[in-house]
Design a protein around this ligand. Structure first.
Ligand code: PHE
Ligand code: ZN
Length: 880
């Protein structure tokens, strides 16, 4: 908690570390109220640095002793300024011994060493290690760690750290110890320890080279019935990394530990991944299909970091996307390969596009906009963003689109060949891709340096005499904070042309036959491509598979869109055509709702949706995606002056109208997509449940008697959480008579399942019937706990970011609540507070009346004397 003005850190100011660390020996005497950390490390001057002083970082530590080469240093021998400890004029080679004390039980930030349910856990990324001991806590300092843990034997029977267990035993006095050695050099952000009362599911697993590795999933007692899926996902991840990238597990032992208090999803600590329980614990009774998919993706993600992040790490935190963009791309590909079908892959891709539009495009257009590789930050924790992660993954995907799968693989191989064991930059990655393929990718650098979502406008012309079809692209990119004008991006645009019969026309440019989809490369602000031998006026399918993270501006008419929606061979663009049809209607209805005009939905749209719904030649998962309307947030992004209530009314009207007018088809598909028998989270079953539950949502939105009865019946009889929650949500959103009783029953039944109670809070917080007073009421519920991030998010963030109608109540009460919660949370956990603070990012786009209230709330937070750097940066940028 700072009161001084926060400092901005710039990428251009990077300098190499003055000293490198070869070895670190850490000794922990673990006590919740007073943990003693003894740190003995060997350092030597970095030949790449001219500096002659040792720089260590430490935060919230009581420094007990500091010895250099055996001599105790007194306070005249070093300086402490803020979190920086400097020892001047140090010799070439140095051994430092540092003893510090910290208080894990008082650490509510969940950064550094903290306790959760009485046990010890650590979180060191990005700069948490400095809350454990003084250290050159920066990712380009990589050292070999040895760790000795000592703790009470009864309370903490399990003692874990990175690498291999080399020794354990009794200390006599009711305490015991364990010694761990990590053979690999690593940056301090990958350090971890766990001391807890846990149990594990374990298995030995044969690696590609014949070695056996021990795999463990550690959880609290009572959760051993929820570890199978995480274990299976881990084994699948190991196999996949071997098969697709020839990357093997480099340790004899790989551990996953689940903890109930965790700021993020999970953390890739070397050999000892620590996970939010949300991404480990699952069985059909308590977890939904989406939870199962999340576990597979996150277990994969953390495992894949072992190569893309740990073996090759980041030089500095501006390069965060080097590991995160790449690893998200890898986990996306993993999930797609696990499904293994074309449609499955497309449905995954559609989900990715939704995330981009729902979260990343708004970020890119808002006050926190930053390039994939930021130029500056105040608080690095604020830059674990959808831009660094998801847009970063799109940037990696574009290499693959430009270079082909084999070319991309060559680039990856070269990247590891060059940089294994190093801390490198995004430029190093780009160079590996370019060099391995003999390509000039210098313009591609702009994806890393320029913020904002590019807009590509397309114009087309068919010449029936020359039989040519001409597409001209114009690219631009809006200004973002600190970047007023932009250079053109290198954009791969996958294009196909549909004939009147719906089939792809063969593509020819400059006499070259290009198949049915070709990737056009834009590098200039205006470019024209001429397709030859085009026998008829085609319908263009532009940006197939969402080949670049851009906004495509093309003047599609309804007829074009219907044609694409019915026929496009590219499933992503087929879906996209439906989204465009729906968005057109949503925008029109929103305008009408805003002036109180009567609302109407045209037959054309309904017919198209009805046809899609009932087309049983198509995968249920695809049909569900195609029928799902753009979210209220996505509509808001299309409107200059946003009135959330109008958007809500328009979308609700559309849903109810679909429910009423497609009633017969919806009931039929509800029946046709039942998944009787034992629950299985396979792609087909997941798709069926998704479609079935969307049918239920539409029927109940229309207040259909039969639909409501089906929802009640489904709630009463469902054998899995997916159907349970879907039914409960339908009852709540339809304000069904049985909704309250169902909520109560749900609570009673799952009282002991924290992750289910999170759902219980979330369902209520995001219902348009739940106003701010009701949320305050829920905060007084005995199960509510502001200190637990999952729980705080399930109620407060779900309300502020997921209940637009009530959050944006005209009297500003939602914003006042937001300010209050941000301020309170900031005193406990700045990272959680700062994420909540971002709910106001887009405040300048709302009606003047709402803006007024929002500004006041923002100013109230900004005016606080004591505020973390995290929150100060976010509200400061919002108000700037
Ligand atoms: N590096 C983690 C991941 O991407 C995310 C994380 C960041 C977790 C910071 C904790 C703290 O999987
Ligand atoms: Zn990651």
């Amino acid at each position: 908690m700072r009161t001084d003005t926060p400092q901005t850190i710039y990428r251009k100011d990077y300098t190499p570390p003055s000293y490198l660390v070869d070895t670190v020996e850490l000794g922990f005497d673990l006590d919740p109220a007073r943990t003693i950390v003894a740190n003995r490390m060997t350092l030597r001057r970095n030949p790449d640095s001219a500096q002659r002083e040792i720089e260590l970082y430490g935060e919230n530590l009581e420094l007990v002793a500091l010895r250099m080469n055996g001599n105790t240093l007194s306070e005249q021998d070093y300086r402490i300024e803020g979190s920086l400890l400097t020892i001047p004029d140090t010799p070439e080679e140095v051994t430092l011994e540092i003893e510090t004390i910290c208080v894990p039980e008082q650490n509510t930030t969940l950064n550094g060493l903290y306790t959760s349910n009485g046990s010890f856990y650590t979180q060191c990324e990005a700069e948490g290690f400095r809350a454990i001991t003084y250290f050159p806590d920066r990712p380009d300092v990589m050292a070999v760690f040895t760790v000795m843990l000592r703790a009470d034997k009864d309370k903490y029977p399990v003692l874990l750290s990175n690498g291999n267990l080399v020794e354990e035993g009794d200390l006599g006095d009711g305490r015991h110890y364990a010694k761990w050695e990590d053979p690999f050099k690593k940056p301090s952000y990958l350090f971890a320890l766990v001391a807890a009362r846990l149990v594990c599911q374990e298995e030995t697993f044969r690696l590609a080279d014949g070695r056996d590795a021990l795999l463990q999933v550690w959880v609290e007692e009572g959760n051993l019935d929820k570890t199978d899926y995480a274990m299976q996902s881990l084994k699948n991840s190991i196999r996949w990394d071997e098969e697709r990238w020839n990357l093997e597990l480099d340790l004899d032992r790989f551990m996953i530990v689940a903890v109930g208090d965790f700021n993020m999803g999970a953390m890739e600590n070397k050999g000892l991944n620590i996970f939010n329980t949300k991404f480990v614990l699952a069985n059909p009774r308590v977890a939904t299909d989406i939870d199962f998919q999340g576990i597979e993706a996150v277990v994969g993600h953390e495992y894949f970091h072992n190569w893309t992040g740990n073996r090759v790490t980041c030089r500095d935190w501006f390069q965060l996307s080097l590991k995160e963009g790449l690893t998200v791309f890898r986990d996306q590909e993993f999930s797609a390969d696990m499904i293994g079908t074309e449609t499955g892959r497309a449905v995954g891709r559609i989900d990715q596009v939704r995330t981009l539009r729902q979260a990343q495009f708004p970020e890119d257009a808002g006050p926190m906009a930053h390039p994939v590789r930021p130029d500056s930050f105040v608080e690095i924790n604020n830059f674990y963003t959808v831009t660094v992660y998801e847009k970063g993954a799109e940037v990696v995907r574009m290499y693959q689109t430009l270079l082909g799968r084999d070319g991309f693989r060559k680039g990856m191989d070269l990247y590891f060949e060059r940089h294994d064991g190093q801390a490198v930059t995004c430029d190093d990655f780009r160079r590996a891709m370019a060099d391995a393929n003999g390509r000039d990718l210098s313009l591609f650098e702009r994806w890393y340096s320029q913020a904002g979502t590019p807009v590509v406008r397309a114009e087309t012309r068919y010449d029936d005499i020359a039989r040519t079809y001409t597409i001209t692209f114009f690219q631009s990119c809006p200004a973002t904070p600190g970047q007023t004008s932009k250079f053109p991006f290198h954009i791969p645009i996958a294009v196909g042309l549909l004939g009147a019969d719906g089939r792809d026309l063969p593509l020819t440019i400059g006499g070259e036959h290009l198949g049915s989809t070709t990737v056009l490369e834009l590098t200039e602000s205006e470019q024209t491509f001429v397709f030859e031998n085009v026998p008829e006026q085609p319908t263009p399918s532009i940006l197939r598979d969402f080949s670049a993270p851009i906004i495509l501006d093309y003047n599609y008419g309804d007829a074009d869109l219907l044609h694409l929606f019915n026929h496009d061979s590219d499933a992503v663009n087929r879906w996209e055509a439906g989204q465009r049809l729906a968005m057109g209607r949503l925008l029109k209805l929103t305008g009408e709702a805003g002036v109180g005009a009567p609302l109407m939905l045209d037959d054309t749209f309904l017919l198209a949706m009805g046809k899609m719904l009932s087309d049983e030649t198509l995968d249920p998962s695809f049909r569900e995606q195609a029928l799902l309307l753009p979210s209220e947030g996505m509509v808001a992004e299309q409107i200059e002056v946003v009135n959330p209530l109008s958007i809500h009314l328009a979308r609700q009207f559309m849903r109810a109208n679909i429910g009423a007018r497609l009633r017969t088809e919806l009931l039929a598909q509800y029946e046709a997509n039942q998944t009787p028998g034992e629950y299985s989270p396979d792609a087909l079953s997941i798709g069926k449940r998704a479609l079935k539950n969307l049918c239920l949502a539409y029927l109940t939105a229309a207040q259909d008697e039969e639909g409501l009865a089906l929802a009640q019946k489904q709630f009463d009889e469902a054998g899995n959480m997916t159907d349970r929650v879907a039914a409960l949500s339908a009852l709540i959103h339809a304000r069904a008579p049985g909704a309250d009783a169902a909520l109560q029953r749900f609570y009673d039944e799952f009282e002991d399942e924290a992750l289910v109670i999170d759902k219980w809070f979330m369902l209520q917080a995001s219902a348009a019937t739940t106003d701010v007073a009701a949320v305050r009421g829920l905060m007084r519920h005995p199960a509510f706990n502001l200190r637990n991030p999952n729980r705080a998010r399930s109620l407060i963030s779900s309300f502020c970011a997921g209940n637009p109608v009530q959050f944006h109540a005209p009297d500003g009460s939602g914003y006042a609540f937001w300010a209050e919660q941000v301020i309170t949370l900031d005193g406990l956990n700045p990272q959680v507070a700062s994420r909540l603070a971002r709910a106001m990012d887009r405040w300048r786009r709302y009606t003047p009346e709402l803006q007024e209230h929002m500004k006041k709330a923002l100013q109230q937070v900004a005016g606080q004397q004591r505020l973390s750097n995290d929150v100060r940066e976010v509200v400061g940028k919002a108000l700037a």
